[in-house]
Design a protein around this ligand. Structure first.
Ligand code: ASP
Length: 340
Protein backbone atom coordinates (compact mmCIF):
# COMPACT_ATOMS: atom_id res chain seq x y z
CA UNK A 1 0.00 0.00 0.00
CA UNK A 2 1.07 3.60 -0.51
CA UNK A 3 0.98 5.66 2.69
CA UNK A 4 0.03 9.13 1.44
CA UNK A 5 2.02 11.94 3.05
CA UNK A 6 1.09 15.31 1.61
CA UNK A 7 4.32 16.98 2.66
CA UNK A 8 6.39 15.04 0.11
CA UNK A 9 7.97 17.02 -2.68
CA UNK A 10 8.94 15.62 -6.02
CA UNK A 11 11.13 16.95 -8.78
CA UNK A 12 9.68 16.11 -12.20
CA UNK A 13 12.16 16.41 -15.04
CA UNK A 14 10.80 16.28 -18.57
CA UNK A 15 13.43 15.32 -21.16
CA UNK A 16 10.89 14.83 -23.95
CA UNK A 17 9.39 11.65 -25.39
CA UNK A 18 5.87 11.03 -26.65
CA UNK A 19 4.32 11.99 -23.30
CA UNK A 20 5.18 15.64 -23.99
CA UNK A 21 4.97 15.62 -27.78
CA UNK A 22 2.74 17.43 -30.19
CA UNK A 23 1.29 16.27 -33.50
CA UNK A 24 3.10 17.73 -36.53
CA UNK A 25 2.99 17.14 -40.28
CA UNK A 26 5.89 14.68 -39.85
CA UNK A 27 4.39 12.75 -36.93
CA UNK A 28 4.77 13.37 -33.18
CA UNK A 29 7.62 15.73 -32.32
CA UNK A 30 9.01 17.17 -29.07
CA UNK A 31 7.73 20.54 -28.00
CA UNK A 32 8.57 22.52 -24.87
CA UNK A 33 5.85 23.89 -22.61
CA UNK A 34 3.26 21.56 -24.05
CA UNK A 35 3.27 19.17 -21.10
CA UNK A 36 2.77 21.86 -18.46
CA UNK A 37 -0.17 23.27 -20.45
CA UNK A 38 -1.77 19.81 -20.76
CA UNK A 39 -1.24 19.10 -17.03
CA UNK A 40 -2.95 22.34 -16.04
CA UNK A 41 -6.15 21.15 -17.70
CA UNK A 42 -6.20 17.92 -15.63
CA UNK A 43 -7.60 18.49 -12.11
CA UNK A 44 -5.95 15.34 -10.63
CA UNK A 45 -2.54 17.01 -10.78
CA UNK A 46 -3.66 19.59 -8.24
CA UNK A 47 -5.58 17.11 -6.08
CA UNK A 48 -4.50 17.37 -2.42
CA UNK A 49 -3.65 13.63 -2.46
CA UNK A 50 -0.83 14.34 -4.89
CA UNK A 51 2.61 15.11 -3.49
CA UNK A 52 3.87 18.63 -4.17
CA UNK A 53 5.87 18.63 -7.34
CA UNK A 54 8.04 20.96 -9.37
CA UNK A 55 8.02 20.43 -13.12
CA UNK A 56 11.19 21.26 -15.01
CA UNK A 57 10.91 20.88 -18.78
CA UNK A 58 13.96 20.85 -21.02
CA UNK A 59 14.03 23.89 -23.25
CA UNK A 60 14.82 21.56 -26.15
CA UNK A 61 13.08 18.29 -25.32
CA UNK A 62 14.14 15.31 -27.40
CA UNK A 63 12.79 12.17 -28.95
CA UNK A 64 14.64 9.55 -26.91
CA UNK A 65 16.03 8.08 -30.14
CA UNK A 66 18.45 11.03 -29.85
CA UNK A 67 19.61 10.13 -26.30
CA UNK A 68 23.35 10.00 -25.72
CA UNK A 69 25.49 9.35 -22.63
CA UNK A 70 25.85 13.16 -22.35
CA UNK A 71 22.09 13.30 -21.78
CA UNK A 72 22.41 10.62 -19.07
CA UNK A 73 24.95 12.87 -17.35
CA UNK A 74 22.64 15.88 -17.77
CA UNK A 75 19.77 13.97 -16.12
CA UNK A 76 22.11 12.81 -13.35
CA UNK A 77 23.25 16.39 -12.74
CA UNK A 78 19.64 17.58 -12.36
CA UNK A 79 19.06 14.87 -9.77
CA UNK A 80 22.34 15.66 -8.01
CA UNK A 81 21.59 19.38 -7.87
CA UNK A 82 18.16 18.76 -6.37
CA UNK A 83 18.97 15.64 -4.35
CA UNK A 84 18.71 17.16 -0.86
CA UNK A 85 15.74 19.37 -1.64
CA UNK A 86 13.32 16.68 -2.87
CA UNK A 87 12.01 13.36 -1.55
CA UNK A 88 11.83 11.69 -4.94
CA UNK A 89 12.33 12.20 -8.67
CA UNK A 90 10.30 11.54 -11.79
CA UNK A 91 12.05 11.54 -15.16
CA UNK A 92 9.81 11.83 -18.21
CA UNK A 93 11.47 10.14 -21.14
CA UNK A 94 10.66 8.58 -24.49
CA UNK A 95 10.05 4.86 -24.45
CA UNK A 96 12.52 3.97 -27.22
CA UNK A 97 15.66 4.25 -25.09
CA UNK A 98 14.09 4.36 -21.64
CA UNK A 99 15.56 0.99 -20.62
CA UNK A 100 19.08 2.22 -21.52
CA UNK A 101 18.70 5.45 -19.53
CA UNK A 102 17.15 3.61 -16.57
CA UNK A 103 20.04 1.13 -16.59
CA UNK A 104 22.68 3.84 -16.92
CA UNK A 105 21.20 5.96 -14.11
CA UNK A 106 20.96 2.92 -11.84
CA UNK A 107 24.76 2.65 -11.98
CA UNK A 108 25.61 6.36 -12.15
CA UNK A 109 23.50 7.37 -9.10
CA UNK A 110 25.75 5.82 -6.47
CA UNK A 111 24.31 5.29 -2.96
CA UNK A 112 20.86 6.33 -4.12
CA UNK A 113 18.49 6.55 -1.20
CA UNK A 114 15.40 8.03 -2.85
CA UNK A 115 13.05 6.83 -5.58
CA UNK A 116 13.85 7.84 -9.16
CA UNK A 117 10.85 6.87 -11.28
CA UNK A 118 11.16 7.04 -15.06
CA UNK A 119 8.02 7.08 -17.12
CA UNK A 120 6.63 8.16 -20.47
CA UNK A 121 3.76 7.03 -22.64
CA UNK A 122 2.73 5.61 -25.96
CA UNK A 123 0.32 8.51 -26.64
CA UNK A 124 0.87 12.17 -25.65
CA UNK A 125 -0.86 13.66 -22.62
CA UNK A 126 -2.78 16.15 -24.73
CA UNK A 127 -4.51 13.42 -26.81
CA UNK A 128 -8.05 12.59 -25.66
CA UNK A 129 -7.23 8.91 -25.50
CA UNK A 130 -3.85 8.38 -23.85
CA UNK A 131 -1.82 6.37 -21.34
CA UNK A 132 0.16 9.43 -20.25
CA UNK A 133 -2.25 10.63 -17.57
CA UNK A 134 -2.22 7.35 -15.59
CA UNK A 135 1.51 6.87 -15.99
CA UNK A 136 2.34 10.39 -14.87
CA UNK A 137 -0.03 10.49 -11.88
CA UNK A 138 1.16 7.11 -10.63
CA UNK A 139 4.85 7.86 -11.24
CA UNK A 140 4.55 11.02 -9.09
CA UNK A 141 2.74 9.01 -6.39
CA UNK A 142 5.41 6.28 -6.54
CA UNK A 143 8.21 8.84 -6.29
CA UNK A 144 6.51 10.34 -3.24
CA UNK A 145 5.38 7.29 -1.38
CA UNK A 146 6.89 4.01 -2.58
CA UNK A 147 10.07 4.36 -0.43
CA UNK A 148 11.96 2.29 -3.01
CA UNK A 149 15.51 3.70 -3.18
CA UNK A 150 16.06 2.67 -6.78
CA UNK A 151 15.86 3.78 -10.37
CA UNK A 152 12.58 2.28 -11.59
CA UNK A 153 10.40 2.38 -14.66
CA UNK A 154 6.70 2.90 -14.00
CA UNK A 155 4.55 1.92 -16.96
CA UNK A 156 1.02 0.63 -17.44
CA UNK A 157 0.32 -0.11 -13.78
CA UNK A 158 3.64 -1.78 -13.07
CA UNK A 159 6.76 -0.66 -11.30
CA UNK A 160 9.88 -2.35 -12.65
CA UNK A 161 13.51 -2.22 -11.58
CA UNK A 162 15.01 0.07 -14.22
CA UNK A 163 18.02 -2.07 -15.08
CA UNK A 164 15.82 -5.17 -15.53
CA UNK A 165 13.39 -3.49 -17.92
CA UNK A 166 13.04 -3.91 -21.66
CA UNK A 167 10.78 -2.24 -24.20
CA UNK A 168 9.00 -5.21 -25.74
CA UNK A 169 5.99 -3.61 -27.41
CA UNK A 170 5.87 -0.49 -29.60
CA UNK A 171 2.08 -0.42 -29.79
CA UNK A 172 0.45 -1.66 -26.60
CA UNK A 173 0.22 0.49 -23.47
CA UNK A 174 2.05 -2.41 -21.79
CA UNK A 175 5.29 -1.40 -23.52
CA UNK A 176 7.70 -2.65 -20.86
CA UNK A 177 8.49 -5.90 -19.13
CA UNK A 178 11.10 -7.18 -16.73
CA UNK A 179 11.55 -10.71 -18.04
CA UNK A 180 14.16 -11.91 -15.56
CA UNK A 181 13.00 -10.22 -12.36
CA UNK A 182 9.54 -9.75 -10.82
CA UNK A 183 7.83 -6.35 -10.87
CA UNK A 184 8.55 -4.26 -7.76
CA UNK A 185 5.00 -2.98 -7.65
CA UNK A 186 1.54 -3.30 -9.17
CA UNK A 187 -1.27 -0.80 -9.32
CA UNK A 188 -4.88 -1.96 -9.38
CA UNK A 189 -7.65 -1.06 -6.98
CA UNK A 190 -4.86 -1.58 -4.43
CA UNK A 191 -1.30 -0.45 -4.80
CA UNK A 192 1.07 -3.29 -3.96
CA UNK A 193 4.76 -2.49 -3.43
CA UNK A 194 7.02 -5.49 -2.91
CA UNK A 195 9.52 -3.96 -0.54
CA UNK A 196 11.20 -7.32 0.10
CA UNK A 197 12.39 -7.32 -3.55
CA UNK A 198 13.73 -3.77 -3.46
CA UNK A 199 17.27 -2.67 -2.73
CA UNK A 200 18.15 -1.64 0.78
CA UNK A 201 18.53 1.95 1.88
CA UNK A 202 22.05 3.21 2.50
CA UNK A 203 23.71 5.67 4.86
CA UNK A 204 26.59 6.32 2.42
CA UNK A 205 26.74 9.69 0.67
CA UNK A 206 24.98 10.03 -2.65
CA UNK A 207 27.36 10.47 -5.57
CA UNK A 208 26.98 10.96 -9.31
CA UNK A 209 29.43 8.99 -11.42
CA UNK A 210 29.60 10.77 -14.76
CA UNK A 211 30.06 8.86 -17.98
CA UNK A 212 33.21 9.59 -19.93
CA UNK A 213 32.07 7.88 -23.17
CA UNK A 214 34.39 4.93 -23.58
CA UNK A 215 34.20 2.94 -26.84
CA UNK A 216 31.58 0.31 -26.04
CA UNK A 217 30.08 -1.80 -28.82
CA UNK A 218 27.36 -4.34 -29.37
CA UNK A 219 26.95 -7.17 -31.86
CA UNK A 220 23.99 -9.46 -32.33
CA UNK A 221 25.09 -12.78 -33.76
CA UNK A 222 23.07 -14.17 -36.66
CA UNK A 223 23.50 -17.06 -39.08
CA UNK A 224 25.71 -15.76 -41.88
CA UNK A 225 27.36 -12.95 -39.89
CA UNK A 226 30.43 -11.75 -41.79
CA UNK A 227 33.60 -12.68 -39.89
CA UNK A 228 35.49 -10.20 -41.98
CA UNK A 229 33.25 -7.40 -40.74
CA UNK A 230 33.44 -8.69 -37.19
CA UNK A 231 37.22 -8.84 -37.36
CA UNK A 232 37.33 -5.14 -38.32
CA UNK A 233 34.91 -4.17 -35.56
CA UNK A 234 36.65 -6.07 -32.77
CA UNK A 235 39.77 -3.93 -32.78
CA UNK A 236 40.97 -0.82 -31.01
CA UNK A 237 39.44 1.74 -30.37
CA UNK A 238 36.78 -0.77 -29.23
CA UNK A 239 37.24 -1.35 -25.49
CA UNK A 240 34.33 -3.62 -24.65
CA UNK A 241 31.56 -5.48 -26.44
CA UNK A 242 28.15 -6.88 -25.58
CA UNK A 243 27.86 -10.01 -27.67
CA UNK A 244 24.24 -11.00 -28.04
CA UNK A 245 24.43 -14.73 -28.57
CA UNK A 246 21.78 -17.43 -28.94
CA UNK A 247 19.78 -19.06 -26.13
CA UNK A 248 22.06 -19.94 -23.20
CA UNK A 249 24.86 -17.87 -24.80
CA UNK A 250 25.78 -20.03 -27.78
CA UNK A 251 27.66 -18.94 -30.90
CA UNK A 252 29.13 -20.67 -33.98
CA UNK A 253 31.90 -23.17 -33.22
CA UNK A 254 33.75 -21.86 -36.22
CA UNK A 255 37.52 -21.55 -35.91
CA UNK A 256 37.67 -18.25 -37.85
CA UNK A 257 35.04 -16.76 -35.55
CA UNK A 258 36.70 -18.07 -32.38
CA UNK A 259 40.10 -16.77 -33.51
CA UNK A 260 38.65 -13.25 -33.82
CA UNK A 261 37.18 -13.53 -30.32
CA UNK A 262 40.45 -14.86 -28.84
CA UNK A 263 42.47 -12.11 -30.50
CA UNK A 264 40.11 -9.42 -29.17
CA UNK A 265 40.27 -10.83 -25.62
CA UNK A 266 44.07 -10.91 -25.87
CA UNK A 267 44.00 -7.25 -26.90
CA UNK A 268 42.07 -6.49 -23.69
CA UNK A 269 38.69 -6.00 -25.34
CA UNK A 270 36.21 -7.17 -22.70
CA UNK A 271 33.41 -9.27 -24.23
CA UNK A 272 30.20 -9.87 -22.28
CA UNK A 273 27.82 -12.56 -23.45
CA UNK A 274 24.09 -11.74 -23.20
CA UNK A 275 21.29 -13.85 -24.58
CA UNK A 276 19.10 -12.77 -27.48
CA UNK A 277 16.18 -14.36 -25.61
CA UNK A 278 14.47 -11.76 -23.40
CA UNK A 279 13.92 -14.43 -20.73
CA UNK A 280 17.24 -16.20 -20.20
CA UNK A 281 20.31 -16.62 -18.07
CA UNK A 282 23.53 -17.24 -19.97
CA UNK A 283 25.08 -20.59 -19.12
CA UNK A 284 27.94 -21.10 -21.54
CA UNK A 285 28.67 -24.57 -20.16
CA UNK A 286 25.26 -25.87 -21.30
CA UNK A 287 26.42 -26.51 -24.88
CA UNK A 288 29.78 -27.03 -26.54
CA UNK A 289 28.84 -24.03 -28.73
CA UNK A 290 28.84 -21.89 -25.59
CA UNK A 291 31.82 -23.50 -23.85
CA UNK A 292 34.03 -22.48 -26.78
CA UNK A 293 33.22 -18.82 -26.06
CA UNK A 294 33.92 -19.22 -22.38
CA UNK A 295 37.26 -20.88 -23.15
CA UNK A 296 38.07 -17.95 -25.45
CA UNK A 297 37.73 -15.60 -22.45
CA UNK A 298 34.20 -14.28 -22.97
CA UNK A 299 32.45 -13.22 -19.74
CA UNK A 300 28.96 -14.38 -18.90
CA UNK A 301 26.34 -11.64 -18.70
CA UNK A 302 24.10 -14.02 -16.72
CA UNK A 303 20.53 -12.77 -16.81
CA UNK A 304 21.44 -9.13 -17.44
CA UNK A 305 19.56 -7.43 -20.24
CA UNK A 306 21.79 -6.27 -23.10
CA UNK A 307 20.76 -2.70 -22.14
CA UNK A 308 21.98 -3.19 -18.56
CA UNK A 309 25.21 -4.86 -19.71
CA UNK A 310 25.96 -1.94 -22.05
CA UNK A 311 25.21 0.62 -19.35
CA UNK A 312 27.32 -1.31 -16.83
CA UNK A 313 30.26 -1.25 -19.24
CA UNK A 314 29.84 2.50 -19.80
CA UNK A 315 29.81 2.97 -16.02
CA UNK A 316 32.77 0.71 -15.17
CA UNK A 317 34.96 2.15 -17.93
CA UNK A 318 34.05 5.69 -16.82
CA UNK A 319 35.47 4.85 -13.40
CA UNK A 320 38.79 4.17 -15.13
CA UNK A 321 39.27 0.85 -13.34
CA UNK A 322 41.90 -1.72 -14.28
CA UNK A 323 40.57 -4.37 -16.71
CA UNK A 324 40.85 -7.07 -14.03
CA UNK A 325 38.48 -5.08 -11.76
CA UNK A 326 36.08 -4.44 -14.64
CA UNK A 327 35.94 -8.18 -15.38
CA UNK A 328 35.38 -8.99 -11.69
CA UNK A 329 32.62 -6.37 -11.26
CA UNK A 330 30.83 -7.46 -14.42
CA UNK A 331 29.93 -10.77 -12.79
CA UNK A 332 29.03 -9.14 -9.47
CA UNK A 333 25.57 -7.78 -8.78
CA UNK A 334 26.03 -4.02 -8.29
CA UNK A 335 22.46 -2.64 -8.46
CA UNK A 336 20.17 -5.64 -8.65
CA UNK A 337 20.86 -5.97 -12.38
CA UNK A 338 22.12 -9.55 -12.15
CA UNK A 339 21.03 -12.72 -10.38
CA UNK A 340 24.14 -14.29 -8.85
N1 ASP B 1 10.12 7.93 -30.20
C1 ASP B 1 9.54 8.19 -28.90
C2 ASP B 1 10.69 8.42 -27.92
O1 ASP B 1 11.32 7.46 -27.54
C3 ASP B 1 8.69 7.05 -28.47
C4 ASP B 1 8.00 7.24 -27.14
O2 ASP B 1 8.23 8.14 -26.40
O3 ASP B 1 7.15 6.39 -26.84
O4 ASP B 1 10.97 9.53 -27.58
Amino acid sequence: MLAIQKSKSIFVLCTGGTISMQRTGKGYAPSSGHLAAAMEKIPEFSNPDMPNYTLYEYENPIDSANMTPQHWVQIGEHIQKNYEKYDGFVVLHGTDTMAYTASALSFMLENLNKPVIITGSQLPLYETRNDARENLINAILMAGHSRIPEVCIYFNNKLFRGNRSKKLDANSFAAFASPNFPALGKVGTDVVIRHHLARLTTTENFNLQKISEPNIGSVRIFPGISYDMLSHYLRSPLQALVLEAYGFGNAPQDETFLKIIRRAVKENIVIVNCSQCPTAKVKMSAYAAGSALSEAGVISGGDMTAEAALAKLFYLYSKALPISDIKRLLIEDLRGELTV
